[in-house]
Design a protein around this ligand. Structure first.
Ligand code: ADP
Ligand code: MG
Length: 358
């Protein structure tokens, strides 16, 4: 793309943020390479993600929300590793130059970048040729002290507790509302589940609808939490594909089983939707919410394991953190009912190369 367009939509809007970070961004946009300065005694962390139009975002999604989400989901990977952002690069592959799309998209990116102090340091802009879809790829760079052991997925140990931030499943409700609005709900769920989801969506109060839409469209990476968990969490990841699928990564890598307690997941939802207790169908609705939490995706909340000795320290961080299970010998993910029965939860996560969820 022509350099004046890169200037207009990327270098100029992000200029102030780059200047504010001149001590870390030694060379930014405009040269062959960016040069970043790490703090002494720190490791470099990096992660990359690609969003394809029609697969990860709708063509008619607001470009501002698309920009927000593209950077937020990458920063969430840094959060899950306990790293702090240094900067990011942006690769765009576009079928055409749509200046109003670019302006709103870069404004969405800039909002997240400013909020989490993550300057744009370079990228690449190409034509997608005959392919009519946009492809956005972001690489984030972060740092953490070398004394940070890392939140390796293989670090979960028997006897540890399983914690969640926020209300995982909320973004899935946002997605279901979005599909319902488009009259395409049957593409997300079938049969009995479709009926249950319709009942749930009809019952949702306005405040919950609103927070579900916000969670889906403008998730907040838990960067501060990731750093606070240094020395407390063993294994940690961010929830992008759904609790059961993502937690299965920890259980497999650590060769343990994870037991999720139904009543704890229900309390998490009662906190988010206090009026539910006044409804005659509260018990059924809570069950449906737990199912949606297990399979939901796109929340970008953190899920981690920690020794019970750290329970009070983690709880003292404030509201919105939930201890929902524990690690045991064995394999797989289990849901424990109030009568202590356990059912194995299938590890569902989105597979882009399969026709259906697996
Ligand atoms: P090169 O030929 O060296 O790859 P480009 O013409 O592709 O250079 O890019 C010129 C400068 O603009 C580089 O510093 C590059 O990092 C930056 N740049 C290009 N596209 C983007 C983008 N989408 N976002 C941020 N910086 C970009
Ligand atoms: Mg280039």
């Amino acid at each position: 793309m022509e350099f004046d367009l890169i200037h207009r939509y990327f270098k100029t809007p992000f200029g102030r943020l780059a200047r504010a970070n001149a001590n870390t961004v030694l060379v930014g946009i405009g040269d062959d390479c960016a040069t970043l300065q790490l703090l002494p005694g720190h490791h470099l962390y990096t992660s990359t993600d690609t969003l394809v139009e029609g697969v990860h975002f709708f063509s008619d999604d607001s470009p501002h929300a698309t920009g927000w989400k593209a950077l937020a989901c990458n920063l969430s990977d840094l959060a899950a590793s306990g790293a702090s952002p240094l900067g990011f690069t942006l690769n765009l592959s576009l079928p055409e130059i749509n200046e109003s799309w670019l302006a709103d998209f870069s404004a969405g990116l800039l909002d997240v970048a400013t909020r989490f102090n993550c300057p744009l340091v370079g990228g690449d802009t190409t034509s997608s040729g005959p392919n009519p879809s946009k492809t956005l790829s972001i690489t984030v760079f972060g740092q953490a002290p070398i004394t940070h052991r890392g939140f390796n997925r293989a670090h979960a140990k028997i006897g540890e507790e399983v914690w969640l931030s926020g209300t995982p499943g909320l973004a899935r409700l946002g997605l279901l509302l979005e599909y319902q609005r488009r009259d395409r709900l049957a593409e997300c769920c079938q049969g009995t589940e479709l009926h249950q989801v319709q009942v749930l969506l009809d019952a949702m109060p306005a405040h919950l609808r609103q927070s579900a839409v916000i969670q889906l469209g403008t998730p907040l990476p838990r960067l501060e939490l990731g750093v606070r968990l240094h020395g407390l969490a063993s294994a940690c990841l961010d929830l992008s594909d759904g609790l059961s699928g993502d937690l299965a990564h920890i259980s497999k890598a650590s060769d343990v089983s994870a037991v999720l307690v139904q009543s704890s997941l229900e309390s998490m939802w009662r906190e988010r939707w206090p009026e539910i207790c006044q409804r005659a169908d509260a018990a059924e609705l809570l069950k449906i919410l737990v199912t949606q939490t297990l399979k939901g995706g796109d929340d970008f909340e953190l899920c981690w394991t920690a020794h019970p000795n750290h329970h009070d320290a983690i709880q003292s961080f404030g509201g919105g953190l939930h201890c929902v299970g524990f690690i045991e010998p064995g394999s797989g993910i289990w849901l424990q009912s109030p009568s202590a029965d356990r059912t194995r939860v299938s590890a569902r996560s989105y597979n882009h190369f399969a026709e259906t969820q697996n």
